[in-house]
Design a protein around this ligand. Sequence first.
Ligand code: ADE
Ligand code: ZN
Length: 346
Amino acid sequence: MTPTTPPSQTLAQKAAGAPKSELHIHIEGSLEPELIFRLAQRNGVKLAYDSVDALRAAYAFTDLQSFLDIYYAGASVLLAEQDFYDMTAAYCERALADNVVHAEIFFDPQTHTERGVSIETAVAGIDRALADAQQRGLTSKLILCFLRHLPEADALATFDAALPLFDRYPRMIGIGLDSSERGHPPSKFERVFEKARAKGLKLVAHAGEEGPPSYIYEALDLLKVDRVDHGVRSIEDPALVARLADARVALTVCPLSNLKLCVFDDLTKHTLKALLDEGVAVTVNSDDPAYFGGYVNANYVATIDALKLADDEVYTIVRNGFEASFVTPGERAAMIAKLDAYWHAG
Ligand code: ADE
Ligand code: ZN
């Protein structure tokens, strides 16, 4: 069947209305400036900016590190379980408005434990908001990420402290690796990923965002990840692209993030379409939507426009998001059936 778009509806509108997944969203990156200020006031936290506008004006990033410095400062307002609940509930509202039906959400426990906030405080608040959102049609998973700029010993201690939580919170199904990529290759975290694999957890890692293709090989060969977050620099290595395509290793691509962090100086130069053409299972996601100018629909709309994606290409990307999600085969089939009913209607 050839998918068609009714003339009354643009492809961007069709994508916006489609049931979608989101597989790459840092919940701390969904903290909008207004909420940062509200939580700062509630918790008596002093910020380096004296207004929402001044904070927003600082969102002019030159690379990943320039963003991370502000992102960690923003997260400093999160102290109580209710703060994590409020942040996550706000994200769920935005996701539901974008017709996201399934989200796999990252959180960074080490960002909070270093301020004396326990992992359980964070998980309890996030999980409670996700349970509430599930009643409204958004299913979800939670992925605990390690900060790669810190030593592996810290990641191992964090993993050990979090172990009981994996059993207590069934939504928490995996681990990831984020923060400053350059100089912190996946090989640094081989032991903690091995421990997580032995426990049967799902494994993901940021690789090939700013780092070279060799980091993607390490994520695959040493960490044995199920998905690669970003992975856009894989295009520099044709053998790697062929391997990703053959093995159906999904890339959770975040186009507006890549633009804002100067991975590409223009969205028309983004490698997503070239990777799609090579058969790589690319997906579209928002990364840190409060900082990068848009949630998942904004990412679809901008990417469709910049890369002149066709109807069947957008369908494939949305479908890839369900294919690559960590759900049961039955849940996956139901999500794809909903997508098909929507996409091929009328
Ligand atoms: N933490 C939050 N967003 C990130 C990104 N885009 N890359 C690495 N670490 C992150
Ligand atoms: Zn990310």
